[in-house]
Design a protein around this ligand. Structure first.
Ligand code: PFF
Ligand code: NA
Length: 452
C-alpha cells in the first residue's frame, strides 16, 4: 500500500506548526519565562532553540522523510535492535496524550464559562474547589468520575478522532488549515486590544526584564531545554511520523527552520499577550505584578479568568482567549495521537480506520482517570515525570543512537542535497557533542533532585 502524503508544502508546515504550537506555548511558556528570570530566561531558551531545537527538528524530519515510517519502523530500519526506542517514544506520546486532553477539556469548560464569567470573583476557589472538586479529596472519593470534566474531554477526543480517522490529507491537514489561521487571527485580535490597556506595557517590560542572577542556575537551563523539546514536539515520535508523509521532493532544512521559528515566535507573542493582561490587572488592583501572577496550572485557569473579569468586553475577549487555547491544544493532541496511530498501522498493518478507533478508544478510557477527583494530583505527578525525566532521557538516547552509531555527516549530506539552505558543520557539533552533553548534565541534575 502506498504511504499517505501531505497535499502541499504549506499543509505540512501548518500541521507541524499545529503540533508545535499548543498548550505549551500559551499556558506553559509565559510562566516558565516568568519563574526563571524573565528576560534572562531568553538566553538559555534561545541557546537551546538554536543548538538543540533546530538540529533536532532537522534530524527528525530527515529520519521520517528518508525511512518512511513512524518512529518504531524508522528506528528499526536503522537497526532492528533500536526499534524499542521508537516504542518508548510512542509510549511517552501516549502518556502525554491522556493528560494533555484533560487540560484541553478544562479549556473547553472555561470557554463555556467565559461568555458570562460564571467563574465569579474568587477564581481560585472556583477552579480548585468548584470545578476540580479538590476539596473533596478524601481517599474514598479519589476515583469518583466527574461528568462535567469527562464530557468536555470527550468532545476533545471526538475532534481528534475525526481528524485521524479521516487521514493525513483529508483529516489532519485539513483540520490544521482551518485551525492555525484561526488561531493566529484570534491571538492578533487579543494583542491588538490588550496592548492599549493601561499598565499592559509595564507587564510586558516585566517579562523582558532580565534577572541575570539566575543565569548560572542549573534549574533555569533545565527549564529552557525541557521547554524547547516540549514546545517543538521533538523526541516523542511525533515529528518523525509527520515527516514520513512528506513528498520525496521536500526542502527539509527550510521546513525545519520555518516550524521552529514560527513556534518560538508564537511563544514570545503569547508571552506578550499574557503579561500585557497581567500588567493591566496589577494596575487595576494597585498591586505589584508579582502578587497577581500564579504559576503553573493556575495561570490559565485562575489568573487569566480573574483578569478577564476586569477587561472591557470580557464576553468577547474571554471566549477569544479560551477558544485560542482549545484550538492550539487540539491541533497538538491530533499530532500526538497520530504518532501512536501511525506506529500501529506500520507494525500491525491495520487499516487507518481500525487503528484510529482502537487508539482513540483506549486513550479515551484511560484519560478518564484525569476526570476524577484525584485527576489533578495524578496530572502533577505525570507532568513532572514526563518533563523532567522521560522527555530528556528519550531525547538523549535518540541522540546517542543517531549521533554515535550512525554518521551524522550522512544526515547533513542528505538534507543539504535537498535544500536551498545549506547547514554547516555546526549541525554535527550540536548533535554529537553539545546537545548530548547538555542533556546528560541536566538529566543528571534532575534525577538527583528527584531522589532527594
Ligand atoms: N508542542 C505542543 C505544546 O507545546 O503544547 C504539544 C506537545 C506535543 C506537547 C507533544 C508535548 C508533546 F509531547
Ligand atoms: Na509548542
Amino acid at each position: 500500500m502506498k504511504r499517505e502524503q501531505w497535499g502541499s508544502r504549506a499543509g505540512f508546515i501548518l500541521a507541524a506548526v499545529g503540533s508545535a504550537i499548543g498548550l505549551g506555548n500559551i499556558w506553559r511558556f509565559p510562566y516558565m519565562a516568568y519563574e526563571n528570570g524573565g528576560g534572562a530566561f531568553f538566553i538559555p531558551y534561545l541557546f537551546a532553540m538554536l543548538t538543540a531545537g533546530i538540529p533536532f527538528m532537522i534530524m527528525e524530519f530527515s529520519l521520517g522523510h528518508k525511512l518512511r515510517g513512524a518512529a518504531p519502523r524508522a528506528f528499526s530500519k536503522l537497526g532492528v535492535k533500536y526499534e524499542w526506542l521508537g516504542w518508548f517514544q510512542v509510549f511517552i506520546a501516549a502518556v502525554i496524550a491522556v493528560y494533555y486532553v484533560a487540560v484541553i477539556g478544562w479549556a473547553i469548560s472555561y470557554l463555556g464559562f467565559s461568555f458570562s464569567q460564571s467563574w465569579g470573583s474568587d477564581t481560585n476557589a472556583y477552579f480548585f474547589s468548584e470545578y476540580l472538586k479538590l476539596g473533596e479529596n478524601s481517599p474514598s472519593k479519589l476515583g469518583d468520575l466527574q461528568f462535567h470534566i469527562a464530557i468536555p474531554m470527550a468532545i476533545a477526543w471526538a475532534v481528534t478522532f475525526a481528524a485521524i480517522f479521516t487521514g493525513v490529507k483529508g483529516g489532519i491537514e485539513r483540520a490544521n488549515k482551518i485551525m492555525m489561521p484561526l488561531l493566529f487571527v484570534m491571538v492578533i485580535a487579543l494583542i491588538a486590544r490588550v496592548i492599549f490597556l493601561p499598565g499592559a506595557v509595564d507587564g510586558i517590560n516585566y517579562l523582558f526584564q532580565p534577572d541575570f542572577s539566575k543565569i548560572m542556575d542549573a534549574k533555569v537551563w533545565s527549564a529552557a531545554y525541557g521547554q524547547i523539546f516540549f514546545t517543538l514536539s521533538v523526541g516523542f515520535a511525533i515529528m518523525v511520523a509527520y515527516s514520513s508523509y512528506l513528498p520525496e521532493k521536500s526542502d527539509i532544512n527550510n521546513n525545519a527552520f520555518m516550524t521552529v521559528l514560527i513556534n518560538c515566535g508564537f511563544s514570545i507573542t503569547a508571552g506578550v499577550l499574557i503579561f500585557g493582561v497581567l500588567g493591566y490587572m496589577a494596575q487595576e488592583q494597585a498591586k505589584p505584578l508579582t502578587e497577581v501572577v500564579s504559576a503553573g496550572v493556575g495561570l490559565a485557569f485562575v489568573t487569566i479568568p480573574a483578569a478577564i473579569n476586569l477587561l472591557p468586553a470580557p464576553y468577547i475577549l474571554g471566549p477569544l482567549f479560551f477558544l485560542a487555547l482549545v484550538v492550539a491544544g487540539l491541533s497538538s493532541h491530533i499530532s500526538i495521537l497520530e504518532a501512536v496511530t501511525s506506529a500501529i498501522i506500520d507494525k500491525l498493518h491495520w487499516s487507518r480506520k481500525k487503528a484510529a478507533s482502537v487508539v482513540c478508544g483506549v486513550g479515551f478510557v484511560v484519560s478518564m482517570a484525569f476526570a476524577t477527583n484525584g485527576g489533578l494530583l495524578l496530572l502533577d505527578l505525570v507532568d513532572y515525570f514526563i518533563n523532567n525525566i522521560a522527555l530528556l532521557s528519550s531525547c538523549l538516547v535518540e541522540l546517542v543512537i543517531i549521533a554515535w552509531l550512525l554518521r551524522v555527516s550522512d544526515i547533513r549530506d542528505y538534507v543539504n542535497e535537498r535544500s536551498e539552505i545549506t547547514i554547516g558543520k555546526w549541525f554535527e557539533v550540536c548533535i554529537r557533542y553539545l546537545s548530548p552533553l547538555m542533556l546528560a548534565v541536566i538529566l543528571g541534575t534532575n534525577l538527583l533532585n528527584t531522589a532527594s
